[in-house]
Write a protein that binds this ligand. Structure first.
Ligand SMILES: NC(=O)c1ccc[n+]([C@@H]2O[C@H](COP(=O)([O-])OP(=O)(O)OC[C@H]3O[C@@H](n4cnc5c(N)ncnc54)[C@H](OP(=O)(O)O)[C@@H]3O)[C@@H](O)[C@H]2O)c1
Length: 317
């Protein structure tokens, strides 16, 4: 009986392994457009796909970032500057892509650009603080996708949206988690609509990785700024000790994040090149063993876990 079970399981994993390794043909003719290539995952993916021989169209926020990337890659990789919050910038980049891909269409669109600040306890923030993050992380993804989708449909290609474990579980105030929950919802509806045209949509949900977006210094400076601007009522309710503990927690999170960015870019590459890409990828042990299991737990249990780990405001009951 046990032998039979082991045999069936081994066969299942062998077939899965084989299926996962099937790669689409003519990779060297395929164009992939990636947003946010100045640094982090986007920058690494651009270089990785360039090495693999794909035709990379890398969008950077700054010309300086674009120039640096061109200096590290082959002549086949081309760059464009694009701000995902600016409609004209997206329209110009789409036209630029259209001129390059021609009748082949765009094989891959990777929505990677993102920001994480301002983020702090919700009460410390203004509507504008939420808008700033949502504009890049959610509306940027939606507008770039809508603009490029006709080109992706033509190639029967792939849309890869970079989300986060924080799109599965929300434990920090501000727009970041909200934006990532939004990207999950947008990706799910898009996948269901667009599959009939042969387009596949994949979602990448990384845990915490050492990139500029989780730069401890940036967070600490921003927290201090938000604290300084907070109303006397908020300051009284939370107290300076809360701010200090909150900052310490951020420093620890920064130290504990993974330096292995390739875990994420390998998932992106698989989503773009495999015949059978996954719908969701969860790179990072923290994502696999902690955040995702937590997202399936009863809300009351998760609330209690987060409550126990969080600093206590001065006027907490
Ligand atoms: N690192 C993590 O732990 C982690 C975890 C989960 C998900 N993610 C997601 O991964 C994605 C990439 O982030 P990362 O970790 O690689 O951080 P990163 O190094 O800060 O990369 C983000 C990129 O987006 C660009 N960008 C910012 N605002 C933009 C705008 N308005 N238009 C166009 N580009 C813009 C940045 O340009 P500049 O460098 O010029 O500012 C940068 O190149 C983000 O969507 C992030 O939410 C990261």
């Amino acid at each position: 009986m046990w032998l039979y079970l082991v045999g069936v399981l081994s066969l299942y994993y062998l077939l899965r392994w084989y299926r996962e390794r099937q790669v689409v043909s003519h990779l060297r003719d395929k164009y992939v457009f990636i947003t946010g290539c100045d640094s982090g995952f986007g920058n690494m993916l651009a270089r990785q796909l360039d090495l693999r021989g794909l035709r990379v169209l890398a969008a950077c926020l700054t010309e300086q970032g674009a120039e640096q990337l061109r200096g590290q890659t082959s002549d086949r990789l081309e760059t464009v500057t694009m701000d995902v919050t600016q409609t004209e910038s997206i329209a110009a980049a789409t036209q630029w892509v259209k001129e390059r891909v021609g009748d082949r269409g765009l094989w891959g669109l990777v929505n990677n650009a993102g920001i994480s600040v301002p983020s702090a306890p919700n009460e410390w923030l203004t509507k504008q603080d939420f808008v700033k993050v949502l504009d890049v992380n959610l509306l940027g993804v939606i507008e770039v996708t809508l603009s490029m989708l006709p080109l992706v449909r033509k190639a029967r290609g792939r849309v890869v949206n970079v989300c986060s474990v924080m799109g599965r579980i929300s434990f920090c105030g501000g727009g970041y988690s909200i934006s990532k929950y939004g990207v999950e919802a947008f990706s799910d509806s898009l996948r269901r609509e667009i599959s009939s045209f042969g387009v596949k949509v994949a979602i990448i949900e990384p845990g915490f990785f050492k990139t500029e977006i989780i730069n401890t210094e940036t967070f600490l400076t921003k927290y201090q700024e938000l604290w300084d601007q907070a109303s006397p009522d908020v300051k009284d309710a939370y107290g300076k000790k809360f701010l200090d503990s909150y900052m310490k927690a951020i420093e620890t999170k920064g130290k504990n994040s993974s330096p292995r960015l390739s875990l994420v870019t390998d998932c992106m590459e698989h989503a773009l090149t495999a015949c059978h890409p996954h719908t969701r990828y969860s790179p990072g042990w923290d994502a696999k063993l902690f955040y995702l299991p937590m997202s399936y737990m009863p809300t009351a249990l998760v609330d209690a876990m987060i409550y126990l780990k969080s600093p206590r405001p001065a006027k907490a009951m």
